[in-house]
Design a protein around this ligand. Structure first.
Ligand code: SF4
Length: 65
């Protein structure tokens, strides 16, 4: 399934700014403070990395659809 949207969802937890997501996929994620999703990226090129970053996020605050 194609990924259309990636975002930070802090409804159930808080980004702890660990930088792990950026380490997995710095094309999509940056962590200047809290995680930010880079705009204008074709998420489908990074689908596996986005899923890995979301799975590996210790706070479980990375969502995608
Ligand atoms: S891996 Fe999760 S907790 Fe760590 S910086 Fe990224 S979004 Fe924040």
């Amino acid at each position: 399934m194609a990924i259309k949207k990636v975002w930070l969802d802090e409804s159930a937890g808080e980004c702890i700014c660990c930088g792990a997501c950026e380490g997995v996929c710095d094309a999509v994620f940056s962590v200047p403070e809290k995680m930010q999703v880079t705009e204008g990226v074709d998420f489908n090129q990074y689908e596996a990395d986005i899923k890995a970053a979301a799975d590996g996020c210790p706070a479980q605050v990375i969502k995608y659809e």
